[in-house]
Design a protein around this ligand. Sequence first.
Ligand code: MG
Length: 248
Amino acid sequence: MVILKTSGELAKMRRAGQISAQALQVGGEAVKPGITTGEIDRIIHRFILSQGAKPSFLGYGGFPASSCISVNEEIIHGIPGKRVLKEGDIVSIDVGAYIDGYHGDNAATFACGPVSAEAQALMDATRQSLMAAIAIAQPGARLGDIGYAVQSYVEALGYGVVREYVGHGVGRQMHEEPEVPNYGRPGHGVRLVPGMVIAIEPMITQHSPALHVLANDWTVVTNDKGLAAHFENTIAITDDGPVILTQP
Ligand code: MG
């Protein structure tokens, strides 16, 4: 069941979204050659607590950190730890904050120092596909329109769309209905109505989107070791159009 939010609930979700976005920003600013992903996670963790919020991801399904940090061929669900970032890495950070009964959820891929033109192009296209999807998330549009917006944008550039993992509703639970795929057919699927809150999160691969999960049972990687990028915002559907809740 899709749970619609009242304007009072959306106000609370704006705060959760704001802290989530600031945590992402703080994490992104920490991305530099020589830092470990574990250190970045600790910076994010401390920031979220300093705002009076809780990290949504910590302990979720047993996840051991406050953020997912996925490097290069890692698509999502990377576990922060001893890995030292190198110049040229691309680093996807996914983080959510919980406050006053509601979650926010967002992600972005950051360049670690100068990166290859190919890596930059993949990151730019993934961000643009998210923006294209948000722009059409108007009341009356359907989830298939959102998926198609992402898919058509990135596939035209030769990139791959991950299908095994999708966006989702957000609210009192970090993952609510509906599922929000990054592929689809225009005019099909659940209709968007005011009060819906969804996380749109394209996970885009440089080459094939074929993937597998590492032995740690979390980290999702491309089979061909091609790069992956991931951008996500939590969006409220309103009478005035889509509103990005995850804004710093
Ligand atoms: Mg999400």
